[in-house]
Design a protein around this ligand. Sequence first.
Ligand code: SF4
Length: 293
Amino acid sequence: MSELARALDPATREALAQRIRFYRDLGLTEFYRRPVEASLIEAEAASSSEAQQVADECDQAESVSAPSQPESAEHQIHAEDETISTRKSFPQPPQIGAAVAPGERAAALQLIRDDIGDCVRCALHKGRNKIVFADGSPAARLMFVGEGPGADEDAQGLPFVGRAGQLLNNMISAMGLKRGEVYIANVVKCRPPGNRTPEPEEANICSQFLFRQIDVVRPQVLVALGATAATYLLGARQPLAGLRGRVHSVRGCQLIVTYHPAYLLRDPRQKKEAWADLQIAMAELGLKAPARA
Ligand code: SF4
């Protein structure tokens, strides 16, 4: 046991150990601690400030708080383009080292699903009917990431099956692809009550599973559908307008940011803009839009 750990009272030590085990369950395996001078440890070994310092350091490995401003939910997206101040960035878990062979990806994704189990890791478990893990091809070159399940998704256990899902299907078809050729997942896997935006704590906990899914599928292109998906994929909230129209890099993938289909249902005038975003993704994938009949 390290000198620092010995300096902690047993209750604090056990609480920290529990927290670290929890993060390891989520796939977070690396934790960092600022170096502490030995003289400082000796001088303050008996004080509670030492425990507080360690707790702060553990918080650096934790998904930290996202902005507190309320934002749109899956089916209540009103302000995709509103300007929101940039927030503190939060760390993502390291990318899984070796690529999973295409033939083994379905099994690897099932392992993640098994890890999730009948999850109660965040408060969203209380209101859900079904966990919405993902849909599509484990070997997809293109992956869409939304915010979270709505009522239809919660009932069926599949992402994007309501009206917004129908529009997403149309967008996929317009790209010359079938839904079964892409992979679709959300930042959170349980429906937020009333379709509200996931709380930062909920999204930060659940997105660890999303990152693992991305690492297994390793799509060439990720498309973030809406501000919430962009926020947690990029690790910082920025105005959607500033993120669209260019290619970002996330976990070895090219990331394109566009509007959430639910927002497009509310404001169809933005469909042209969304199509322009999808054309960037198509160019990265070497796809050509199918000829119109
Ligand atoms: S949203 Fe994610 S972390 Fe929260 S209970 Fe559901 S599966 Fe677990």
